[in-house]
Design a protein around this ligand. Sequence first.
Ligand code: TXA
Ligand code: MG
Length: 341
Amino acid sequence: MKTEKLSPQLDKNAIKTAADLILAGEVVGIPTETVYGLAANALNGAAVAKIFAAKGRPQDNPLIVHIADFEQIFDLCPAVPASAKLLADAFWPGPLTMIVPKGSIIPIEVSAGLNTVGVRLPAHPIARDLIRTAGVPLAAPSANTSGRPSTTTAEHVLRDMDGKIAAILDGGACGVGVESTVISLVGEKPRLLRPGGVTLEQLETVLGEVEVDRALYEKIGDDIRVSAPGMKYRHYAPKAPVTVVRGTPEASAAYIAAHAQAGDGVLCFDECVSTFPTCVTEPFGRSDDLPAQAREVFDRLRAFDDTAVNAIWAQCPSDDGLGLAVANRIKKAAGFHVIEL
Ligand code: TXA
Ligand code: MG
């Protein structure tokens, strides 16, 4: 199939064209404030199945459903927890996905057999305009081939999806750069399943105590049932193997400089680039600029695939604030191969 490039900035019919494709059961790449998504009508199981085919996504990994206005959550969820309203008031529209009980309107292709559904109200104007124009909620995972780094520009999406989806809406580069925070509201206590643009500290100011899923910190084997099925797969991975070195920026830079071979890749803080003169460096922001690191991390990881590096070393922020999300993505890219200094 030919993938149509739609630019809402240049073409006032772009959103309508995309909405018509969605209603015809097709898959469209869309910008959100976190990463690009691969969107289909969330109420049409056959359309949602096309997303899994385009991504090569395991069938047991459920999708997030995107809405444009808070009230739409009542169509998807029979019993909206009180905490969902509190979180929505604080963080929606924005990079937060809430796992809530699933209504029977949600096809099994979306929920992958679970009795819950992830719901998100994105802040990106193109995403919300599309949801309203189509008049249906949109199921959308990140718009990358399964296992590859998420996509933060329309060019990334085309690189993975050209010929596999009906169209891509170009909304420029994504502002946040890492995927939404995922919090489960179906257990006894709220539980953080994936760190993202809304930080753990921010969630705690609204909810009090929040449990943190162990899949954030360690590799989960195939035999173990995890709360967010997506957390168990190797993810965000460039083609060369990645080793993360954690410590102060100075200590991790010195360790990598001492251990890297000439020609290895280094994902590094901006101020450390000159420490690795014989390596292929991809700076992803200053060590004190977490928003820049979140915006850059996937783009820089992807950039190594255009080089001949055999091994990649990575510096990594600490777990405070947005650092938890950035560090989680880097550790997952490394299959949790981490050297703690
Ligand atoms: O920022 C984002 O969330 C992006 C944009 C497009 O909205 N979407 C995204 O979707 O990252 P995806 O499919 O790449 O990641 C969704 C994560 C997966 O780890 C999945 O297992 C988990 O959320 N998830 C989805 N529904 C769930 C459910 N009902 N229960 C537990 N985890 C769920
Ligand atoms: Mg994903």
